[in-house]
Design a binder for this molecule. Structure first.
Ligand code: GRF
Length: 195
């Protein structure tokens, strides 16, 4: 990367509260970067409205609209490359990206996961930790590889579970951590010029 601002591409399938936190952090100057797009595989996802409200271009790409997984990933790659993305941030993107895709962005695709990996990977990290009865859980930011929540860990923050919390309370505490940790971790990477 040269002296120009880091160009962030965001990918999400759902509510987009982490996308919103990243948008807010960029708008408040807490992340020295520019968000160049939001990609989703879910046309009805609330994250699309959040992108639109922020004036960010969005792109919906569903595997079912392509003849192969390779073509679907190519559509995403084209969108990212056309906008000269430096870093791709997954925030609740519920699909696996292949090694073929990832080789175009080595150490440049990052994910947030709502548990202390390698514990509780997969779709329901918060519920799985809660159901297991662990006393401490947390949030992980990691580089993405072609496994499920398996790439090298960049940052983690732990959270002690209050035995009086129900699942919704735990989720709320986890999301509060996420909304701080993702922006601060990304800004740190940008400042350290790791990217
Ligand atoms: C977050 O808990 C994130 O860690 C996980 O998916 C959830 C997405 O939530 N990967 P949101 O759409 O950002 O609100």
């Amino acid at each position: 990367m040269n002296n120009s601002k880091c160009r962030l591409m965001l990918m999400a399938s759902g509510t987009g509260s982490n996308v919103q936190a990243l948008i807010d952090a960029v708008n408040h100057g807490q992340i020295q970067a520019e968000i160049v797009g939001v990609i989703s595989d879910q046309p009805q996802a609330a994250v699309i409205q959040k992108a639109q409200a922020a004036g960010i271009e969005s792109f919906i790409s569903q595997p079912k609209d392509y003849s192969s997984r390779k073509d679907w990933e190519q559509s995403i790659l084209d969108f990212c490359q056309a906008r000269s993305s430096d870093l791709i941030l997954l925030a609740g993107f519920m699909r696996i990206l292949s090694a073929d895709f990832l080789q175009h962005y080595p150490q440049q695709v990052i994910n947030i996961h709502p548990s202390l990996l390698p514990a509780f990977p997969g779709r329901q990290g918060i519920k799985d930790a809660y159901d297991y009865g662990v006393k401490i859980t947390g949030v992980t930011i990691h580089y993405v590889d072609d496994g499920i929540d398996t790439g090298p860990i960049i940052a983690q923050e732990s959270l002690k579970i209050d035995p009086n919390w129900d699942l919704a309370q735990l989720e709320s505490h986890i999301h509060q951590i996420e909304h701080q940790l993702y922006p601060t971790t990304i800004e740190k990477l940008i400042q350290e010029k790791v990217i």
